[in-house]
Write a protein that binds this ligand. Structure first.
Ligand code: FAD
Length: 300
């Protein structure tokens, strides 16, 4: 569709050749106090009119937000027109306990679970499966499917999971999760879109045929983003460090740079056939909202 055709149809976008079937989803974390709760609901209200495919709520390390995640997911499902998805992990819980949580989601009308192994609880360096628990995400996916016909998303790692022996092993693990019933993979954050594209192509070649949705984390707080990326094993390109170098207290320029980076990333991904994006919003709506506008996604 030409630029003027798009403009006439009201689908104005700064990015060329944006497909009209772009889908987005947004990830939030559960609020721990009233102030954070207000922030979350402000973010949800701002982003909801963009009609995301789903919005998901994370599960704190070691299952620490079990109740909060549940309350938040169920409230979103009840009080908005959004489809809410619950993250669920295997850490520090028996199969019976995890199954109980899953059943309570099913009973509350939640049909989408983001199934994860989870990171070790705070203070523990390495992961140890619970003696009576699901050991890995692939086991959890199989267990969930026995409880109900959930839609299940799982995690994928363009730069390999930090504990994986090698890329092949990690891809086999992803395949196991799909074979056990997951229908979508969402990637760990990355900064270089080519890293994602190479991984997607490799995964497809190895027979993985479900959508591998890029997980994008707009840079809302550079230091925090970098810390998070390092912890996940995401490589940090030199150009990115150079761009932000010396801007420590210049919030405005940092925000503008973040938008430019995100636009370059999505442009490159769209050019290479990507039409679905998952945003790690960190409960901050502004950059995600702006990027969606640039993708041509408008409020209803
Ligand atoms: P798995 O797929 O189980 O893999 C974990 C590791 O174990 C990999 O190295 C894999 O290769 C290896 N492995 C798998 N099976 C076996 C086996 N049978 N034998 C030996 N090794 C094996 N964490 C949270 O705590 N809460 C969240 O809400 C949350 N949300 C996330 C959302 C997304 C989109 C992503 C990408 C990550 C999220 N995480 C979350 C982080 C995630 O829990 C961690 O990255 C965790 O370390 C791995 O989880 P996984 O589901 O990928 O694990």
């Amino acid at each position: 569709m030409s630029f003027s055709d798009q403009a006439q149809k009201g689908m104005f976008s700064l990015i060329d050749n944006v497909p009209s079937d772009i889908q987005v989803s947004f990830e939030f974390f559960p609020p721990k106090n009233e102030k954070m709760n207000e922030k979350l609901w402000f973010a949800l209200q701002k982003l909801a009119p963009l009609s995301p495919r789903f919005v998901s709520v994370t599960y704190g390390a070691g299952g620490s937000t079990r109740q909060l995640t549940h309350e938040t997911v169920v409230r979103i499902q009840k009080e908005t027109n959004l489809t809410a998805a619950a993250h669920l992990t295997c850490v520090s819980a028996s199969k019976d306990e995890v199954d109980e949580v899953a059943r309570s989601y099913w009973d509350a009308g939640i049909r989408h679970i983001v199934a994860l192994r989870g990171d070790p609880p705070k203070g523990k360096k390495s992961y140890l499966p619970h003696p009576n628990g699901y050991s890995y995400a692939s086991d959890l996916v199989a267990g969930l499917k026995k409880i109900g016909d959930f839609e299940i998303s799982v995690a994928a790692y363009p730069e390999k999971h930090i504990e994986a022996l090698n890329e092949e092993d990690d891809l086999e693990n992803l395949k196991r999760k799909i074979d056990n019933g997951a229908s979508r993979a969402i990637t760990q954050l990355f900064f270089d879109p080519d890293v994602y594209l190479k991984f997607r192509d490799k995964a497809q070649k190895s027979g993985i045929d479900v959508p591998i949705v890029p997980g994008l984390m707009p840079i809302t707080n550079f230091d925090q983003n970098i810390k998070f990326a390092k912890a996940c094993g995401t490589s940090i390109p030199r150009w990115l460090l150079n761009l932000f170098n010396g801007l420590e207290s210049d919030m405005e320029t940092k925000k503008l740079l973040s938008i430019s980076i995100a636009v370059e990333q999505v442009k490159h991904l769209i050019k290479n056939g990507v039409n679905e994006f998952h945003f790690y919003t960190l409960n901050r709506p502004d950059l995600t909202f702006t990027i969606c506008r640039l993708l041509g996604i408008k409020s209803d």
